[in-house]
Unconditional design. Structure first.
Length: 252
């Protein structure tokens, strides 16, 4: 039986998630190519998918209305559409612009010619077309990428965690950063990264997105308990939440 044909596409992003795919180990790549054929991947091959594809892997968010017809065409062609990374899954870092007016963005970036370039609110791919799977992270985790693509084409459960980063952090026996007077979004963010940031002396700033039914009230209570009122939350926590601005509606 022919293997599903996979094509990669990008919109507004740094292309770091595709770079991660490019950097798969030989073992990971063989594992992937056992189940799919890659027919378009601009960062790696010059071929284009003129004869169609079955799975579209889309990186980047939609930040211009003129991108929409291209995205719709990709959706129309593919049987399965997968979002690759935070930009496509939740509008990602691009959605920082959503905290201000588009006019302010244009004036900031192109003060000499603010109207020369089109811009719009940054949107996740699923705000425009149906998405079949999201691979979280900024950037993605390559082990998770291979697992999810394989599971998808084999019709298995995708096996993406729905529990928070705190679970992995506790398992790794990290000292909670709240005990050190710093804050962290781990209680409401999707695990799967091995709590890498708190484990390396940092904190979770939310790159894998909210867990389903994230208890934001409880998050506020944790911060209050440690005398870090949510309304004083650092701007760094807005990095991945331009799409979920309601989280910050009370932030001064
Ligand atoms: S999710 Fe992060 S690493 Fe991936 S393309 Fe977007 S900005 Fe780059
Ligand atoms: S450091 Fe962050 S992820 Fe780790 S236990 Fe504390 S709140 Fe949770
Ligand atoms: S700890 Fe948080 S910010 Fe760091 S990789 Fe994991 S989800 Fe992303």
């Amino acid at each position: 039986m022919a293997k599903p044909r996979v094509a990669f596409f990008d919109f507004s992003c740094c292309e770091g998630c595709q770079l991660c795919v490019l950097n798969l180990t030989a073992e990971q790549l063989l594992d992937l190519l056992n189940v799919v054929d890659i027919v378009e991947f601009r960062e790696a091959i010059s071929e284009t998918s003129d004869n169609g594809y079955d799975v579209a892997i889309v990186e980047g968010s939609i930040t211009r209305d003129s991108d929409i017809p291209r995205l719709e065409k990709i959706r129309e062609t593919a049987s399965v559409l997968v979002c690759l990374g935070a930009c496509s899954s939740m509008a990602g870092i691009n959605a920082l612009k959503n905290f201000q007016t588009m006019e302010a963005c244009q004036n900031e970036v192109y003060p000499e010619a603010p109207n020369k370039y089109e811009t719009a609110l940054a949107r996740a791919v699923d705000e425009i077309v149906k998405v079949d799977a999201h691979i979280p992270g900024c950037p993605i985790d390559t082990t998770e990428f291979v697992k999810v693509v394989k599971n998808l084409v084999l019709g298995k459960d995708l096996d993406i965690p729905t529990y928070p980063v705190c679970i992995e952090c506790k398992k790794s026996e990290n000292v909670c950063v709240y005990e050190e007077g710093r804050h962290c979004l781990g209680p409401v963010i999707r695990a799967g990264c091995g709590a890498i940031c708190p484990g390396k002396g940092g904190y979770c700033f939310g790159c894998r997105g909210l867990i389903p039914d994230a208890n934001l009230e409880s998050m506020r209570e944790i911060m209050d308990k440690y005398n870090m009122p949510f309304d004083k939350i650092d701007d760094r926590f807005k990095l991945f939440f331009g799409r979920n601005k309601e989280i910050f509606k009370d932030v001064k």
